[in-house]
Design a protein around this ligand. Structure first.
Ligand SMILES: [Zn+2]
Length: 231
């Protein structure tokens, strides 16, 4: 997601300490980050020191760029508790490069009713896939044009599950995959996730190919993009 969205950021704010902070300015304690819980409020939210590991979520690795990383500048979309550690991945549209693949095994919840572009369908996430892992982490893919799996399906690692796209709030003509990992989905429960479109537990930092997701320097600055290329 690339546009400031306030509505779904109000839905969940558990595991936040009471300590409020100024986004982009305040320092928080070790294993915490200052993350927005709504458009006007930020809190020091804790994360685990042991990061969950996932594999690369797109079929072709060459030719994939990241144009928005974690904790993006205020008023960009990766500053909220449900998006804070997301990566926006953009393919160069060569063969297979836009194919999303399962970064972990698990059981999926999908939403695939969006037929339009760049709007609030799917609570702004467009067509999406959530992979629910046994260890409680949830892997999230948003803005898909095609979804190959259905709610209840079990997926294996590297299984093709969808195609990056322009559904939901992507910014005009900005085809990409919004990819993120989230804390314990079991706190919300399967039925709650199935019945509330676009709800997510807090965003979690993660490791992808042994690299800390926070080290991908693909911060989007309004009006310009600092591209990070995956090799
Ligand atoms: Zn995004």
């Amino acid at each position: 997601m690339r546009i400031l969205i306030t509505s779904f950021c109000l839905l969940l704010s558990f595991s936040a300490s009471a300590e409020s902070c100024l986004y982009g300015i305040s320092l928080c304690a070790k294993n915490e980050a200052c993350i927005k819980t709504d458009s006007n409020t930020a809190q020091c939210i804790s994360h685990s020191d042991r990061l969950p590991t996932v594999s690369f979520p797109m079929k072709a690795r060459a030719g994939i760029y990241c144009d928005q990383g974690n904790l993006s500048p205020e008023n960009n979309s990766h500053s909220f508790n449900n998006t804070a550690y997301a990566l926006d991945l953009v393919s160069n549209r060569s063969a297979d490069s836009g194919v999303a693949i399962a970064a972990s095994e698990g059981t999926v919840i999908t939403y695939s009713k969006c037929k339009t572009k760049n709007d609030r369908c799917g609570n702004g996430f467009g067509n999406y896939i959530q992979i629910l892992r046994d260890d409680g982490y949830l892997i999230f893919y948003a803005h898909l044009d095609e979804v190959f799996v259905q709610t209840g399906d079990k997926v294996r690692v590297r299984q093709e599950i969808g195609i990056e796209g322009t559904s939901g709030l992507v910014g005009e003509n900005h085809r990409h995959l919004h990819f993120s990992v989230h804390f314990n989905w079991k706190d919300l429960g399967l039925e709650t996730l199935k019945n509330n479109i676009g709800w997510l537990p807090n965003s979690a930092p993660f490791k992808i190919s042994n690299i800390d997701s926070r080290d991908f320097k693909c911060t989007r600055i309004t009006g310009q993009v600092n591209w990070f290329k995956f090799y």
